[in-house]
Design a protein around this ligand. Structure first.
Ligand SMILES: [Mg+2]
Length: 364
């Protein structure tokens, strides 16, 4: 089996109603999906993608299109994902190790695993271990750009749809505003729904601890990315000082930085994002590392790619249900019932991007 087709493209999908959601440190301009499609000499196919918040999609595609990188895949056996991963990583190492080049590698690696599972005629969740075919989702959003009324309505809508946990943004310049908004959400969703808050790296260590202690009265179950993402020392200090769990990992690339966060007790909930960390090949290494410390995986975003990974993994906790209008764009057929996804037997990830979607959103 040899790869004989390698196609890349970018879908740029605006937010519904032309909205520009704002997190603490940046607005989100659009969702870009940078897609890799592979075919082989014996007719197998695979598709993978990474996602941006509206900047960088063309640059990620440009990395994937470099002949010296494309040639690491073309005419190779796609089942050799570990060899291809390492060849790509070392060839891009001096210009990357995170960000654009790792996101390119992630999209490619996801396509390789999709192809491998399809060629085996197996759904990926089963090929990788089949721990469970049911995955819990939590409803996520609650951007700072929403009025308090709209925030409460969004969180209540998730609960009405059956989700038993929700997540909202914090990180307003005045923390008192965050406290008020968290109180309003808690009052609306009741005491039985778990509530998570995400600061998107905006605080320093002392502010994070102060805000977390004040939010403890509202029974917040996890605080996410309170300070700049690479600072494991700061995360460890915060984790020791706050009553709720500390979640982080969406902005860490490759398994290497997870070693420090996990071994130095700087994280409770590991959020490695398969579309950034280096694809399925590297995500599984993070999951194994987390498992050895009895920590759960609750991966960030790209719901439809994460579903089979969380299902396959014994320490998979849940998926993040955010921007759920992306699911039909990538051809997801599985719908949550009572906040739980029951995975299908479709081979691979069970995803596909239609010609209609390409016509509507393709950038080039
Ligand atoms: Mg986050």
């Amino acid at each position: 089996m040899k790869v004989d087709g390698y196609t890349t493209y970018v879908l740029r999908v605006p937010f519904p109603g032309g909205a520009i959601p704002r997190a603490s440190v940046t607005p989100l301009l659009a969702i870009e999906l940078v897609v890799v499609e592979l075919t082989t000499t014996d007719g197998a196919t695979g598709m993978g993608y990474t996602a941006t918040i509206g900047v960088g999609g063309a640059a990620i595609k440009a990395v994937l299109d470099e002949p010296a990188l494309r040639d690491l895949v073309l005419a190779e056996d796609p089942r050799d994902h570990e060899r291809i991963w390492n060849a790509f990583y070392w060839r891009t190492m001096f210009v990357g190790r995170n960000g654009i080049s790792l996101m390119a590698l992630s999209a490619l690696d996801i396509a390789l695993w999709d192809l491998k599972a399809r060629a085996c005629g197996q759904p990926l969740w089963r090929l990788l271990g089949g721990f469970s075919r049911e995955v819990k989702g939590y409803g996520s959003g609650g951007y700072l750009s929403l009025s308090t009324d709209d925030l409460v309505a969004e969180m209540a809508e998730y609960v009405a749809a059956g989700f038993r946990a929700v997540k909202m943004k914090i990180g307003n310049p005045d923390p008192r505003r965050d406290i008020e908004r968290v109180r309003a959400v808690r009052a609306a969703i009741g005491d039985d729904v778990e509530l998570y808050v995400d600061a998107n790296q905006v605080y320093d260590v002392k502010t994070a601890i102060e805000v977390a202690r004040r939010l403890a009265d509202e029974n917040v179950a996890w605080l996410e990315e309170p300070i700049p993402a690479g600072d494991w020392q700061g995360h460890a200090a915060i984790r020791r000082a706050i009553p709720m769990k500390l979640a982080t990992g969406e902005t860490l690339y490759t398994a290497e930085p997870f070693r420090d966060f996990i071994a130095r007790e700087a994280v409770d909930v590991v959020q490695a994002d398969v579309s950034r960390v280096g694809g399925v090949t590297e995500w599984l290494k993070v999951a194994a590392l987390a498992r050895s410390w009895n920590l759960p995986m609750a991966p960030h975003f790209v719901l439809d790619v994460h579903l089979p990974l969380v299902a396959a993994t014994s320490n998979g906790l849940c998926v993040e249900v955010i921007f759920p209008w992306i699911s039909p764009i990538v051809g997801q057929r599985v719908q949550p019932v009572g906040g739980v996804y029951k995975l299908a037997d479709t081979p691979g990830f069970g995803l596909s991007i239609s010609d209609d979607v390409k016509r509507e959103y393709r950038m080039d």
